[in-house]
Write a protein that binds this ligand. Sequence first.
Ligand code: 13P
Length: 336
Amino acid sequence: MSIDQMEAVAQAMVAPGKGIIAIDESSGTIKKRFDAVGVPDSEEHRRAYREMLLTAPGLAEHISGAILYDETIRQSTKAGVPFTQVMKDAGIIPGIKVDLGAKPLAGFPGELVTEGLDGLRARLNEYVELGAEFAKWRAVITIGDDMPSSTCIDSNTHALARYAALCQEAGLVPMVEPEVLMDGDHDIGTCYEVTEATLRSLFAALYEHNVMLEGTILKASMVLSGKDCPEQADTAEVAESTILCLKSAVPAVLPGIVFLSGGQSDADATAHLNEMNRLGPHPWPLSFSYGRAMQQAALHLWAQDLEGNFAAAQKIVVERARDNGLAALGQWKKVA
Ligand code: 13P
């Protein structure tokens, strides 16, 4: 893919009123999600679940792309059509998670660094052959006593920059995801500081590594109060803090920013995105790349009757896509 094509893909990912569905749960994470709703974790169940999501009628109206896992990008519908083909026919851009997970950072107890750079060039080339047009790499930043260390932030952003450069070499749009976790009892101001420091380190690293920002998408966490903080910031404060933080650290040339949901409720994830867009216009489109906040309601229903609730679960995921698509325009209205 040429530079112009990568720019076009990046812009299509954040087209007005559209966002991304993240269905790239690793083997361990999907097992956790299935365990929680009583679905046995088998390859066939994982395939059937992803088929339910990807073939939901009307999904493409508000979904520009979907992030797949290594197993999923090789799978097909029950009728034998490769998922990537189903997606392209529907106008949904295939993406692929390429990191190999966050592992303990040696010398820094409690902190994590994401692995997966060794052999990445060859894996990216294979994913291009399989039909991927963008990739995702997630770094995890934990807030706690004396955490995060600058070593943790810089190790993770260095890896993100090396990944992003390799993606663009292979013709894939890199989605760079430095997730600041909402776990902990820190206040929203602490989340702001950590997020700002992380984003500044990230964009410095991307610059050092000659990554073309015009063909890059940022997947950001929102600036929130820690999950266990006694004082929870309201929607307006989350929206204002997140926008201010992004404006202070993210170059305007970036084609778009999408958010992860990170454990927020469906309602919060949608309301926060909507409020941010109501405060616009901003230098970049702000949209979603939600995993849990797109899927959890549909997963619960599907789990109760895998075949009988297939179509009803699809309707729910399309409703979530519509709500979040409207929130990406600042046009979502809460139903009382
Ligand atoms: P959540 O929206 O569930 O946080 O997942 C998004 C994602 O892809 C994290 O990497």
